[in-house]
Design a protein around this ligand. Structure first.
Ligand SMILES: [Zn+2]
Length: 70
């Protein structure tokens, strides 16, 4: 008969496996990496979008104006 160990067992928040001490609170470096990516996604909830639309809106108007002014 063995009682449960008093030491709390940390579980990996990613895959729920027992966490490794060297990778706490994760079970492996991979899970730690996954969590890091999740964290970044949550912080910067902005998709990779460049500021191209602004460039496009000015493009068609510029050449015409230049021609008329000249
Ligand atoms: Zn894990």
């Amino acid at each position: 008969m063995t009682e449960a160990t008093p030491t709390p067992v940390h579980k990996c928040p990613i895959c729920r496996k027992p966490a490794e001490q060297r990778f706490r609170p994760f079970c492996s470096r991979r899970c730690a990496d996954v969590d890091l990516h999740r964290w970044f996604s949550g912080t910067y909830s902005v998709p990779a979008v460049e500021e191209e639309p602004d460039f496009d809106a000015v493009d068609p108007d510029e050449p015409a104006r230049r021609n008329a002014d000249h």
